[in-house]
Design a protein around this ligand. Structure first.
Ligand code: AMP
Length: 139
């Protein structure tokens, strides 16, 4: 945990988030500036500024969770695919310096834009609840 890290504060519950998945090592929540419905960030609980600064084990665990959880997100949302993204470093557009993978669900017949939207908290809460029905059915 890094005390001045936004995503560490989200994991700790000190800053609210729209959680879609959690286990011992990984936390996932909706991006507040989604490029598509259900755009989520998957982050390791162990703090590292980026994918390569963190351990290989943490990187593998993170990808393992995306492997298992992304299909459930797609099923919950009726998505037909997803883009998986990493902005590694300032010059690649990284803004938050805690490792994260973007999972951006995509829908048949919809334009594949990377333009961010600003949905209401109510809309995000509804989408997160819809996803959790498949990703965290016992929560
Ligand atoms: P990156 O450019 O890869 O570092 O992406 C950081 C992402 O974090 C951006 O897409 C932001 O919209 C998102 N973000 C920033 N603050 C929050 C927050 N409090 N809750 C959810 N997503 C956030």
């Amino acid at each position: 945990m890094s005390t001045d890290c936004l995503f560490c504060k989200i994991i700790a519950g000190d800053i609210p988030s729209h959680k879609i998945y959690e286990d011992e090592h990984v936390y996932a929540f909706l991006d507040i500036g989604p490029v598509s419905k259900g755009h989520a960030l998957f982050i390791p609980k162990e703090h590292a500024i980026d994918l390569c600064e963190g351990s290989r084990e943490a990187a593998c665990a993170l990808m393992g969770v995306v492997h298992d959880v992304a299909p459930k997100m797609m099923e919950a949302l009726g998505a037909s695919g997803f883009n998986l993204g990493v902005n590694h470093g300032v010059d690649a557009g990284q803004e938050v310096f805690h490792t994260h993978l973007h999972v951006m669900p995509r829908y048949a017949g919809q334009a594949r834009t990377f333009e961010k939207r600003q949905p209401s908290q109510e809309e995000l809460a509804g989408v997160a609840a819809q996803i959790r029905e498949k990703t965290m059915p016992d929560a």
